[in-house]
Design a protein around this ligand. Structure first.
Ligand SMILES: [Zn+2]
Length: 146
């Protein structure tokens, strides 16, 4: 089970407390040793991600792209209504289990974001421990709904 915890900046971060933190050196070495897991890979989108994804959408049930355009669209868990999206995709080094890199999307907005990403869309990104998060989530969403 994955438990959220408040990070130093006050936002919730999901991690597994029993595992030691990797330092940047180990992370870099590991990245060189093994190919990037492509987005959608079954090894990553496993039960643990399912739990985190459902929990995030339980807490944030509305599509965040629709909300930024003034529409309220239910993307809560169940009935395949929506997805929890990595704003900076995992294939681009986005943080997998950090809430700052999550957003709730309805299927239609997720399809739209995927198409934009295929055309090179990315947002300003920063990050700690070598994984990226959007520098400003609201600004990132604004560039998606233009
Ligand atoms: Zn939407």
């Amino acid at each position: 089970m994955w438990f959220p915890r408040a990070s130093a900046s006050g936002v919730f971060v999901y991690d597994m407390p029993s595992l030691p933190k990797r330092n940047k050196r180990n992370k870099r070495k590991q990245d060189n040793d093994r190919p990037r897991v492509p987005s959608g890979d079954i090894a990553f989108y496993n039960t643990k991600w399912g739990n985190v994804s459902r929990l995030y959408r339980k807490l944030n049930p509305l599509c965040e792209m629709c909300k930024a355009s003034g529409k309220l669209t239910d993307a809560s868990p169940g009935d395949r209504k929506g997805v929890t999206d990595h704003i900076v995709s995992v294939t681009n080094g986005g943080a997998r289990m950090d809430e700052r890199n999550f957003m709730t999307l309805c299927k239609s907005c997720h399809d739209r974001k995927s198409a934009l990403e295929k055309n090179g869309w990315t947002c300003d990104k920063g990050g700690d421990y070598g994984e990226y998060i959007p520098i400003n989530k609201a600004d990132a969403i604004k560039t998606l709904i233009k």
